[in-house]
Design a protein around this ligand. Structure first.
Ligand SMILES: [Fe+2]
Ligand SMILES: [Fe+2]
Length: 180
């Protein structure tokens, strides 16, 4: 890249469109993970905590839904895959138990936290509205991570291996959604 770019020039617009696209995909995935967890744990003791997080994901997703329309950003072509994979990940970890479900939340939210932090840094002053939304959602994701830890995520059997694998998958999903 050569020199500073002005907001609204094609490079910046495309970069921001990619951010909206990947964030929309991520929030959609998050929503589906919690759907999958609730399909298994909907009547358990952790259900209210999961529902609270799912409700915030719904708000995040609605925001990016709106942004996609306003800014005419197309969704990732991989969206149908994340729809299925998100639910499967949520349901599979929930079947391993409540703590495994919470470990999944910790892994996903730590990945999203790093992703949002990188976006906030990359945005600089180029899009204050998007930046403040991402910052707000990032706070919610950190709260979800804390909820997961408070519910014994780290006591889940195979915590390190499982969270390592989920983070790898989540990072791959981010990488792909930014490009396709
Ligand atoms: Fe979210
Ligand atoms: Fe979240």
């Amino acid at each position: 890249m050569s020199g500073p770019r002005l907001p609204g020039d094609p490079g910046t617009r495309e970069r921001i469109a990619r951010m909206v696209r990947v964030d929309h995909a991520g929030e959609q995935g998050a929503r589906r993970i919690y759907d999958g967890q609730l399909a298994v744990l909907g009547k358990s003791g952790v259900a209210p905590a999961i529902r609270r997080m799912a409700e915030q994901e719904r708000r995040h997703l609605e925001h990016f839904d709106r942004l996609m329309v306003e800014r005419r950003v197309r969704p990732t072509v991989l969206s149908p895959l994340w729809h299925v994979a998100g639910f499967a990940l949520g349901a599979a970890t929930a079947l391993l138990g409540e703590r495994a479900a919470m470990a999944c939340t910790v892994a996903v939210e730590e990945t999203i936290d790093a992703h949002y932090a990188a976006q906030i840094a990359a945005l600089g002053d180029s899009d204050p509205a998007l930046k403040s939304a991402i910052a707000e959602f990032r706070d919610d994701e950190l709260e979800h991570r804390a909820t997961g830890l408070a519910h014994g995520a780290e006591d889940a059997p195979g915590y390190e291996a499982m969270t390592g694998l989920i983070k790898l998958g989540a990072r791959a999903a981010i990488w792909l959604s930014e490009r396709f």
